[in-house]
Design a protein around this ligand. Structure first.
Ligand code: BG6
Length: 485
């Protein structure tokens, strides 16, 4: 069978981890099925788990059945499994890399994607060993999974270690939100539609909301999560990236650095929060026991470290000090154990300057553009319209103009498919450059430090609710409300 793209060796460090089974292997399976990854390409799982090749194949198969469900094909797997290899390595023991060297040097000129789905504490060891064994070539790339540090300083340490062995243009820092189709659609919407060009600024936009709420709790990730919290786990990366795409100036092309230059300018324009701003414009909270989808669930601290000051919810007002966004607040929030799984971006336009509709005036609501990422991806423009038929006065209603671009595709690719394909194609546009990561940390660090000084005390909310009342007040004090209120 002919392949659409280049042959490569895909080396999956941490290939027996949860992310690898849940997202990465299914993405590789689909890319192979759809012929984006050629049959000659090899998927080399690098793991500390000392199991045989056959055990590895049956483990991968079972996990694919579990996560792909109806998309799994027994017949295709017979072919796919021939691309799968296993190398058992202790990441921090240089001599255990010898078998990897033998396998990779069967094709010394082949392009290599090293995907580090391990704890960042191994990134330095892995890169150093790859270098010691001369396995980093000009056509090698390295993909780094988050968390890339806990603050600016620790992020710099991680990045410095990797940069010792790979050039910046070989490093792909992943933020899976950038691989979501609707997130990429933000660029199409903004830069392929003249309609929005004159409207996308403080003359016409009142404010912007970005919400990423999850109904799940921290599940079996308490150990990891308690070290990070909502600010580091979601806001510093996923929500910042969404905000940048909404707020950036038009890049001159889709070329990686053109896009990343514009995103970094947005991050540099964030107003630094003073202690007073942290107090009045940020909220952090933890969930208490409640119910999720009709089932009673424990609170974040129940059965765990009672003194933990880790937030499971964060909300804040962000101001961007530049010409386009002067006076337009961005309200952002993210939390676990919320009422619904709902991720959306709301562009709230200003109200009309003068109403000619007399009594019907009350029913006029300002236009909004609602970009929903989850649970169902959609883009809706809320417009006013006349209610058809006769009446003594003209009656108005709000209608939704829906832009549903998924109706004609049979399967919606997962974000990881897009991103892995881009790494294989050497296209870093949807990955974060070092300066972006650092600017996002600089801003987040100020808030995290303020919180650790207890400038904004921890609030609480019931699991399965809309979050703490302080988040409602955060936006209400500016005379506005969240889209779901
Ligand atoms: C991850 C976070 O990056 O994103 C998780 O570590 C979170 O805590 C997840 O649940 C959310 O991703 P998605 O695509 O399900 O919204």
């Amino acid at each position: 069978m002919s392949s659409k793209f280049k042959v490569c060796d895909f080396i999956l460090f941490g290939g027996h981890g949860d992310l690898a089974f849940r997202k990465l292997m299914p993405a590789l399976y689909h890319l192979s099925f759809d012929e984006y990854l050629s049959d000659e390409s090899r998927i080399i799982t690098v793991s500390r788990k000392n199991i045989s090749h056959d055990e590895h194949i049956s483990l991968v198969k079972n996990k694919l059945i579990e996560f792909l469900q109806d998309d799994f094909s027994e017949e295709f797997f017979e072919r796919f499994q021939q691309q799968l290899l296993l190398v058992v390595i202790d990441f921090s023991d240089n001599k255990t890399y010898s078998q990897l060297e033998v396998i990779l040097n069967e094709f010394p000129l082949r392009e290599r994607v090293n995907y580090l789905s391990t704890s960042p504490s191994f990134f330095g060891n892995i890169c150093e060993s790859l270098s010691n064994w001369k396995l980093i070539t000009e056509v090698s790339r390295v993909v780094l999974e988050k968390p890339l540090g806990k603050d600016l300083e620790s992020s710099r340490i991680i990045n410095k270690k990797v940069l010792k062995y790979f050039n910046e243009n070989q490093i792909y820092r992943i933020d899976h939100y950038l691989g979501k189709d609707t997130v990429q659609n933000i660029m199409a919407l903004r830069f392929a539609n003249r309609l929005f060009v004159p409207l996308w600024n403080s003359n016409h936009i009142d404010h912007i909301q970005i919400t990423v709420s999850e109904s799940v709790g921290v599940e079996n990730r308490w150990g990891y999560y308690n070290e990070y919290g909502a600010m580091r786990d979601m806001i510093q990366n996923h929500l910042m990236q969404l905000l940048c795409l909404i707020a950036m100036e038009p890049p001159c092309s889709l070329e990686a650095n053109s896009v990343r230059d514009e995103k970094v300018k947005v991050l540099r324009s964030f107003r630094t929060l003073s202690p007073e701003d942290i107090k009045s414009n940020t909220v952090r909270a933890q969930y208490k026991a409640g119910s999720s989808e009709g089932v009673s669930v424990p609170g974040y601290l129940d059965g765990n470290d009672k003194d933990s000051q880790t937030e499971t919810f964060a909300a804040m007002r962000v101001d961007i000090d530049n010409w386009r966004w002067n006076g337009v607040p961005f309200y952002i929030r993210s939390g676990k154990r919320m009422q619904n799984r709902n991720s959306e971006i709301v562009i709230q336009f200003k109200s009309i300057p003068h109403s000619i509709f007399g009594k019907s005036d009350d029913s006029i609501t300002s236009n909004k553009l609602v970009i929903t990422l989850q649970p169902n991806e959609s883009i809706e423009l809320k417009l006013m319209n006349k209610i058809p038929g006769l009446s003594d006065t003209m009656k108005l209603q709000q209608v939704d103009l829906e832009l549903n671009s998924h109706s004609n595709i049979s399967r919606k690719p997962d974000a990881y498919e897009r991103l892995i394909l881009d790494v294989i194609l050497s296209n870093p546009t949807l990955f974060m450059r070092l300066d972006e990561v650092e600017e996002a940390w600089k801003w987040a660090d100020t808030i995290i430090e303020g919180w650790s000084d207890n400038i904004s005390p921890m609030k609480h909310y019931t699991a399965g609710s809309h979050g703490p009342s302080a988040a409602v007040q955060l936006i209400a004090k500016d005379g506005r409300s969240w889209n779901d209120e």
